[in-house]
Design a protein around this ligand. Structure first.
Ligand SMILES: [Zn+2]
Length: 231
């Protein structure tokens, strides 16, 4: 084999090995974790909100949750916490669980290792600097790489997946469809976002939250953040 061809083949092999270890294995592991989560969450409703805190929606959402006596998990972006530390603290003071969602939402699969690890570490340190100890991490875009999983394991941070996407970030804004799927599953960890400007997505988050709480009441489910699963 000519030397140039042999070098190309070696590089292709190393590239495939890198993708296999960094992306494919964590992705398969995630699928198993979500299957397990679907069993663990039966009889429970875990409400989760990513990408905040944001003045335009978070206070309104906190008001709704307080009115309904419900707790939730908020996975915050470091850059948003830096911009509104008082608001971030008010979420924890209202009794909700606060976790990290990285500093500026880099896509883990599309970032260089040093970029995604720095984004991860800076997200956690920003929350700590604001007086919030992050209880778990929600990977941006729900994507994880092996090096991030290793970093999180060393930091003692659990990875918080979800079983149901409310559709607020791009799916159809269909409250009935979301409720039907959660009811059929007998419980859920629902993904929502509290970073929307006033408009239909903003209104949908409030509407679907209220409807999910009605469903949990009707079914007699426990409602809360990830603390319902014992941390
Ligand atoms: Zn996000």
């Amino acid at each position: 084999m000519p030397p140039a061809q042999s070098i190309l083949l070696t590089l292709a092999g190393l590239g495939a090995l890198y993708v296999g270890i960094q992306i494919v294995l964590p992705h398969l592991w995630k699928k198993g974790q979500i299957r397990k989560l679907r069993d663990e969450v039966r009889g429970k409703l875990i409400l989760t909100y990513d990408d905040g805190p944001w003045d335009g929606l978070t206070p309104e959402l906190l008001g709704l949750l307080q009115k309904r006596g419900a707790r939730a998990s908020f996975f915050m972006l470091g850059e948003k916490v830096e911009a509104a530390p008082e608001l971030a603290r008010s979420v924890a003071e209202a009794g909700h669980e606060v976790g990290s969602h990285s500093y500026s939402h880099h896509h883990p699969w599309k970032s260089a290792p040093w970029t995604r690890l720095q984004d991860l570490a800076r997200g956690h340190s920003t929350l700590s600097a604001a007086g919030l100890e992050p209880a778990g991490h929600r990977p941006p875009y729900g994507k994880l790489c092996a090096d991030s999983a290793f970093w999180l394991g060393r930091a003692g941070q659990g990875i918080r997946w979800w079983t149901h996407d409310s559709g607020d970030s791009g799916g159809p804004l269909d409250v009935a469809a979301c409720l039907r799927s959660v009811r059929e599953a007998g419980g859920a960890v629902v993904l929502m976002h509290d970073g929307y400007a006033p408009g239909e997505r903003h209104a949908y988050v409030l509407e679907v939250t209220a409807a999910l709480l009605d469903l949990a009441d009707e079914q007699g489910w426990d409602v809360g953040g990830f603390e319902l699963l014992g941390g």
